[in-house]
Design a protein around this ligand. Sequence first.
Ligand SMILES: [Cu+2]
Length: 173
Amino acid sequence: MKKLILVFGAAALLASCGNNSESTEEESNETVTEETTDEDEVIEEETSIADVQLTLSSNDQMQFDKTELKVKAGQVVELKLEHTGKMPKEAMGHNFVLLQAGTDLAAFAAEAMGAKETDYIPEDNSAIIAHTGLIGGGESTSVVFDAPEVGTYDYICSFPGHYGVMQGKFIVE
Ligand SMILES: [Cu+2]
């Protein structure tokens, strides 16, 4: 799972460096052997690294817009979390934390509450299947991970006081 995040992060970095002269040089070298249509295909492959893309929205009212997310076993999932509010993450921060089946939500949330320095991701993250970073109003973030085995999992926002209302079921079919 961590590997996938790193790969995705690297791809994002590469994409963001697309305007500098070094990468332009590389691109022009590639065009010697590849036609423009091939380049387009390469770009498509980069953006569709996941088999399924889900968007979960959150707001200043401490809400997720979905209480259920469904994927299929074996899929690589890209989950995009957006925050449509205006409040800063210090006051109304949100994240997406997908937990192993059977996790005691109250106990996990209590532990997460004490992990302010790591954006409310506890040091012992053995209960976490995947998580995004913490975002504030107007921001968005995403995480790429392998769908766990068939089953129903809980996802929460681990910001203090939020998990009670900011939670849902992540269903793998
Ligand atoms: Cu939250």
